[in-house]
Write a protein that binds this ligand. Sequence first.
Ligand code: 5GP
Length: 141
Amino acid sequence: MTAYDTNNIFAKILRGEIPCHKVYEDEHTFAFMDIMPRCPGHTLVIPKEPARNILDISPESLAHVARTAKKIAVAAMKAFNADGITLQQFSEPASGQVVYHLHMHVMPRVEGVMLLPPATRKEDVKALEDHATRLIAALKG
Ligand code: 5GP
């Protein structure tokens, strides 16, 4: 497997070199809005520990990601008046992975509404701001 690239876009987001709409951070994980959401509220959860994908992440770091994904999922149900949640994680090009720092997609779903295909369009900054604000409020309970 290819080695972890410290200059991947999510590593740059973690280092604060590229902006993002952050919704949550703790000692081990970081969560922010996907710039090309497949549905309103599409959030990405990443580990702080460098990992390319499911094949090299430590079980401990993966558990931290899962714990944060659960927090985001519960908050997203409320923030986006969702009926369900889709979680997705892609590993290596054959799977559809395009950014090589492990990330869990958390996508709030509304009954009968299909997900957009990946990378359909860049969301407006205003919409991303609004979604992040709603999610942060729901995370506070
Ligand atoms: P993958 O196919 O690797 O699982 O998905 C990568 C995800 O990262 C895609 O959903 C894409 O929209 C998102 N993405 C790519 N570049 C950026 C970026 O610069 N900022 C944010 N917030 N999301 C990004």
